[in-house]
Design a protein. Structure first.
Length: 120
């Protein structure tokens, strides 16, 4: 059985009061977190291209993202260096080249930041 995750069930505003209430009611030894961890979601290379392609035809976005290897540690720079088909697709289409230019700028930037409960 896993611990309940209260932080997803309450609005950010007033969440601290709920956590304090639960901790006071059930005790800190029950595993109630009194501190939080911050996380940031950063888009992987193929996701960065999809984000940029949202206003482009789906078929083009699909083709472009599939040309980027889905491997741990992959970057757009590595993908361009190792995938001839990707380089050709970018070189032959001005719109795709623009998309890649924007995707290079988006890759690795924090898209959103969240807060998770931490164990004491």
């Amino acid at each position: 059985m896993s611990d309940a995750d209260f932080d997803v069930d309450f609005c950010m505003e007033g969440r601290d009061r709920v956590i304090a209430y639960v901790a006071d009611t059930y005790g800190r030894d029950a595993g109630v977190a009194d501190h939080h961890l911050r996380h940031a979601w950063r888009p992987r290379p193929w996701c960065a291209t999809w984000r940029v392609c949202r206003a482009s035809p789906t078929a083009m976005a699909d083709k472009l993202s599939k040309l980027i290897p889905f491997e741990v540690g992959m970057t757009l720079e590595k993908a361009m260096a190792q995938e001839q088909a990707l380089r050709d697709f970018v070189a032959q289409n001005e719109e795709v080249a623009e998309i890649m230019e924007m995707a290079f700028k988006l890759e690795g930037l924090a898209r959103n930041v969240g807060k998770h409960a931490g164990r004491w």
